[in-house]
Design a protein around this ligand. Structure first.
Ligand code: GRF
Length: 244
């Protein structure tokens, strides 16, 4: 194997390493800037509800703490509030009919989503309260650069209403997880987790609100690491590099 040219600047060095050394390693892959020249990731957000996580992402971009752009917002619910938020920010925001499936994005509907995301120049897909299982077609179309946020400390409490599951189970600590999406449900490699306490007086609503506050830090943080080219997936572990 040849050596990197001497004096190569750091971003190019990592690009070179990815190209020449990581690809042949089974199960290892760098996730980050598409190449040394790609400065800013372009995020396509998929959601079904209020869009508070997308708002946190937009706030981080506006504050200059996340070098990214939200290129479009797509919802599977026609009147989802996330679309209003996107429009208020001047982002192309549209409903795409997910029919005929009730719980997954598949077949012709999946193709419509992929086409729209591609036409907006998206390289990274952020699921933010998207209440559907995404399938292999979308994952492959974006080279595995599909992230999700889940309101529990995975692998505990996958699936729906995780905060209610946590409360019913009697755990003392709950939280949230940002992970790469694989073809299971809430099973992909974990990027960032944030823990919050469960208090004796908690209701499902108060616990969910506390978890959501943690989510609003965790999602921008995970995207910041991705945008900086600092994530490397080895097996099911996401290693965080000190430098890109
Ligand atoms: C969040 O709690 C997230 O963890 C879950 O769906 C909720 C979406 O909330 N997947 P919002 O639409 O971002 O406010």
């Amino acid at each position: 194997m040849k050596s990197p040219p001497s004096g190569m600047p750091a971003p190019r060095f990592w690009s070179w390493i990815t190209q020449h050394t990581l690809k042949p390693l089974a199960g290892a892959c760098m996730m980050g800037a598409m190449n040394a020249e790609a400065k800013r990731i372009r995020i396509g957000v998929l959601g079904s509800g209020s869009g508070s996580n997308m708002q946190a992402i937009l706030d981080a971009i506006a504050a200059g703490t996340l070098d990214a752009e939200v290129a479009c917002v797509i919802a599977d619910v026609p009147d989802a509030k996330i679309l209003d938020r996107g429009r208020r920010h001047g982002i192309p925001s549209l409903y795409i009919d997910p029919a005929p499936f009730k719980t997954k994005l598949d077949g012709a509907a999946e193709a419509r989503y992929i086409e729209k995301l591609r036409s907006c120049g998206v390289d990274t897909v952020a699921l933010a309260g998207f209440m559907r299982i995404v399938k292999r077609g979308l994952l492959e179309a974006f080279g595995g650069r599909v992230l999700n946020i889940h309101p529990a400390l995975l692998p505990a409490f996958p699936g729906l209403k995780a905060w209610e599951q946590a409360l019913a189970y009697g755990v003392k600590c709950a939280g949230c997880t940002v992970h790469f999406v694989d073809d299971g449900t809430d099973t992909g490699p974990i990027i960032v987790q944030r823990a919050v306490p469960v208090l004796p007086e908690d209701t499902a609503a108060t616990l969910h609100a506390r978890i959501q506050t943690a989510e609003h830090e965790a999602y921008p943080e995970a995207l910041r690491l991705l945008a900086a080219g600092r994530l490397r997936i080895v097996g099911r572990t996401v290693a965080i590099q000190n430098h890109p």
